[in-house]
Design a protein around this ligand. Structure first.
Ligand SMILES: *[C@@H]1O[C@H](CO)[C@@H](O)[C@H](O)[C@H]1NC(C)=O
Ligand SMILES: *[C@@H]1O[C@H](CO)[C@@H](O)[C@H](O)[C@H]1NC(C)=O
Ligand SMILES: *[C@@H]1O[C@H](CO)[C@@H](O)[C@H](O)[C@H]1NC(C)=O
Length: 117
């Protein structure tokens, strides 16, 4: 009884220390696009604090999923701004956990800029 309690505690500690679905890179956010036809892309890595990156959606995007960098213990508060291929601003979001944000009005995305402190 005593023994199995210790194992349970150790397993719980392990699960908290290294959640399997998190990647431990505090400088990389992930972004996925949802299209107006309901399909979506795989998460694409975006470097944080590295200026504007080309991330063409090749279609009209209705929602963006933004997962901020995870430093091994916490998500890092990150703001990402989106621009159309013409560089028109499509708005910005600040996230401190993986979040899906609607794009109003839906638009093609060309560039992304992500920043954290
Ligand atoms: C990010 O990770 C690097 C290398 O592991 C570390 O030096 C730096 O302090 C970290 N920054 C933050 C904001 O956690
Ligand atoms: C949905 O739209 C995207 C972007 O226009 C396109 O790449 C994808 O092939 C479409 N998927 C379907 C199932 O129509
Ligand atoms: C939009 O901005 C990016 C990065 O700042 C730049 O490389 C690109 O040439 C610009 N495109 C247009 C159409 O102005």
């Amino acid at each position: 009884m005593h023994f199995s309690a210790i194992i349970a505690a150790a397993l719980t500690g392990l699960a908290v220390a290294s959640p399997a679905h998190h990647f431990h890179d505090n400088q990389t956010a992930q972004i996925a696009y949802t299209y107006s036809n309901g399909t979506y892309t795989k998460p694409i890595n975006v470097k944080v604090n590295s200026g504007t990156q080309k991330l063409p959606s090749t279609g009209i995007v209705t929602d963006v999923f933004v997962a901020p960098p995870f430093d091994g213990r916490h998500y890092v508060l990150t703001s990402c701004s989106f621009q159309a291929p013409t560089n028109k601003s499509l708005g910005a979001v600040s996230v401190r956990k993986p979040t899906t944000v609607p794009v109003h009005p839906p638009a093609a995305v060309g560039y992304v800029t992500c920043k954290s402190n």
